[in-house]
Design a protein around this ligand. Structure first.
Ligand SMILES: C[S@@+](CC[C@H](N)C(=O)[O-])C[C@H]1O[C@@H](n2cnc3c(N)ncnc32)[C@H](O)[C@@H]1O
Length: 267
């Protein structure tokens, strides 16, 4: 077997082991993405082969957590891509007028900037009374990210895209006010393995997450999202990801730039 072939075999053995031992569905992620992130950990630990790294995982239990943190890329910001949130506003107004309760899911929420952005948008667009009838499920696979979401203390860099007047109105000392935090329900959730936390949702936001998944896994997840949407509900994928496969047939594209889709009511 060539060196490259041996390397590939060792890589497959390593990812199977991670999936089995830690329940992370490595097979759902793109190999390129896994190799890049595992490489980061191998360099950090001064290890040169996948076999040696596999042995290190056996001997150092903490390395699994380090690896999981490296595999889950959790870059985010408040109002990341501001124009996306501007585009969502009319849909939020429509949903707010039509629904007595608003159920929202921020899937792959990282350290919480996205669900708190949605909470601010709900309060600012629909009025503070709307806070009482909105629930935002903020989910992620990464334990550290969820701790940060619960703690909700943010560095200046998290606010660079957030309109100053909204920060002034809804934050104190770089933390969201209680009326913002109350809307957000944080929980651990693996998009590859678990069912949606509490469907049906009127709005699902999933941005910069499915890009790391293999095509088949993306297709499966899109179907899960469409099933979890209430009729008239909205799916926001943002600039980076595009809906495809059978799920595409079931939704109407209403904003091609920001990839906003709605679910038509049953005929
Ligand atoms: C780049 S962040 C996106 C954060 C936010 N949605 C945004 O666009 O600013 C990607 C997030 O997806 C999460 N993620 C990756 N695989 C996941 C899975 N199988 N289930 C749930 N979350 C996952 C990562 O932990 C990470 O926090």
């Amino acid at each position: 077997m060539t060196a490259a072939g041996t390397d590939e075999r060792a890589f497959q053995a390593l990812t199977q082991k991670i999936s089995k031992a830690r329940g992370l569905s490595c097979e759902s992620y793109k190999d390129k993405c896994l190799k890049r992130r595992i490489g980061v950990r191998m360099r950090a630990r001064g290890v040169h082969t996948y076999d040696d790294y596999s042995r290190l995982l056996d001997s150092d239990a903490r390395e699994y957590q380090e690896l999981l943190d490296a595999l889950t890329i959790n870059v985010t910001k408040f109002f990341r891509n501001l124009e996306t949130w501007d585009a969502l506003q009319p849909h939020l107004r429509r949903l707010g007028a039509a629904q007595p309760d608003l159920r929202i899911w921020s899937a792959g929420c990282a350290s919480g900037e996205e669900p708190y952005t949605i909470a601010v948008l709900v309060l600012d667009t629909l009025g503070e009374a709307a806070g009482g009838r909105a629930i935002i499920d903020a989910t992620d696979i990464d334990r550290l990210s969820l701790e940060r979401t619960r703690e909700a203390k943010y560095p200046d860099a998290a606010f660079t895209e957030m309109p100053a007047q909204l920060k002034l109105r809804y934050f104190r000392d770089d933390q969201p006010l209680p009326l913002v935090r109350e809307l957000v329900h944080v929980r651990a959730h693996d998009l590859m393995r678990e069912r949606p936390p509490r469907p049906p949702y009127h709005l699902i936001v999933c941005r910069n997450v499915v890009i790391y998944f293999e095509r088949q896994a993306q297709e499966r997840l899109f179907q899960v999202f469409v099933d979890a949407l209430a009729p008239g509900g909205v799916l926001l994928l943002g600039k980076v990801e595009t809906l495809f496969g059978p799920a595409r047939e079931r939704l109407r594209l209403v904003d091609p730039r920001e990839r906003i889709y709605t679910k038509p009511p049953p005929a």
